[in-house]
Design a protein around this ligand. Structure first.
Ligand code: GNR
Ligand code: NI
Length: 188
């Protein structure tokens, strides 16, 4: 297990179209295990192999919902209180994923990307979709996705085609985002 380096814009490797996986071997399992470790460390809710420089059609996702069944920790600041619950681990692996029947209805989420640090922007995407994918053993599955899961898998699928969420913004907004990132790096 190892944390791998996450590529950031403007690394040209982020524009590469990733290749299908054909061997469901130990190298694939090691890649996926490193991708989880890298994603949890970042932290993020999804990661595509190309973000660690491997041009293969492999995604990992863990939305890590709050475990409201578990004991929460009361946190108070600024006069109001809220409860923090531990995060539930729900690791998912998608090999050679395909999107089937995306809904016409769109949903808007504020997206971010580990390869475009500190930048957040609203992106519209089909609200639901079906995903056909293989698991680590090469078995094929199909699943209906909605909500944040649908958005996240579409964001990750874009990485496999060399597309970043900022590519969905107007040129003006994308240039503003990239300028902001450049400024932040100057002060870092
Ligand atoms: O951590 C991430 N959060 C996120 C939020 C909204 C929509 C998509 C994402 S994916 C992102 C991690 C990442 O860059 N995956 O490629
Ligand atoms: Ni991303």
């Amino acid at each position: 297990m190892a944390i791998r380096e996450i590529l950031e814009v403007p690394d040209p490797r982020l524009k590469v179209v990733s290749e299908p996986v054909t061997e469901f071997d130990d190298e694939l399992k090691e890649l996926v295990s490193d991708m989880f470790e890298t994603m949890y460390d970042a932290p993020g809710i999804g990661l595509a192999a190309i973000q660690v420089g491997v041009p293969k059609r492999v995604l990992v996702i863990d939305l890590q919902p709050e475990d409201t069944e578990a004991e929460g920790e009361v946190c108070s600041h600024g006069g109001h209180e809220h409860v923090h619950y531990p995060l539930k681990k729900e690791p998912r692996v998608f090999v050679n994923p395909e999107i089937l029947d995306p809904a016409e209805e769109l949903a808007t989420y504020q997206e971010g990307c580990l390869s475009v640090p500190e930048i957040f922007a609203d992106v519209d995407r089909p609200a639901t979709c079906r995903v056909r994918y293989q698991d680590l053993e090469g078995e094929t599955h199909e699943e209906e996705m909605e909500g944040l899961m649908a958005t996240c898998i579409q964001h990750e699928m874009d990485h496999l085609e060399g597309i970043l969420f900022i590519d969905h913004l107007s040129r003006l907004k994308r240039n503003m985002a990239l300028k902001k990132l450049k400024k932040m790096r100057e002060y870092a």
